[in-house]
Design a protein around this ligand. Sequence first.
Ligand SMILES: *Cc1c(COP(=O)(O)O)cnc(C)c1O
Length: 230
Amino acid sequence: MPFQFDALSSADLPARVAKIQRLIPPQVRLIAVTKTFPAAVVRAAYAAGLREFAENKVQEALTKQAELGDLTDVTWHFIGHLQSNKTRKVLESFDWVHSIDSLKLATRLDRQAADLGRQPNCCLQVKLAPDPTKDGFDPAELMAALPALDQLCHLNIQGLMVIAPYGLQPEQTQAVFERAQALAAKIEQQGWQRITMNELSMGMSDDFELAIAAGATLVRIGSGLFGRRN
Ligand SMILES: *Cc1c(COP(=O)(O)O)cnc(C)c1O
């Protein structure tokens, strides 16, 4: 039975967090996706015990983070498509970048991370099923880019990030996540100097249980915690 969510009431938040946490094994981290929700919602989630938050738009995130500067033990994850004119801001304000979808973007982030004295944790976003609405390395392209990615010493490349296309049957979604797990294992076996595959960032409100069954270590949940976005 997939996890079901209903309309948001912030009074429910501690119960929702607890309900989702019960479905997530201890080695998997819950990242709360707060895009489109105001800073007050992030604060309520923090009060409910969450410490990892994700945003997909740079300007929206910076505005929210400015209101939440007193929450010093929060980890911020960037999960959106990253345009090259926003990379510096992302490096300054996020601990993780899940959405590295090209060697060009990785190279730019590495150079700017060096300038800024940052060492972000990163995932390589990979596209494992046709999806015109999503970015990501094609698997063959990713394999070919690994030697160059392994040279980027200012990025901690920790694993893969996958978004299952919307509207698949559960078996098809499961297959996408299993492909991600197999690809990560293949990369790990190659024994790179710097790249590790410790993390698999996959699973959202509707499919996180399938993702966990296929080895997800980071699940990114928005509407399941906060209700539907407008
Ligand atoms: C919005 C978003 C999520 C969360 O989606 P929900 O279905 O609301 O849980 C997860 N990952 C990415 C990349 C997103 O953009």
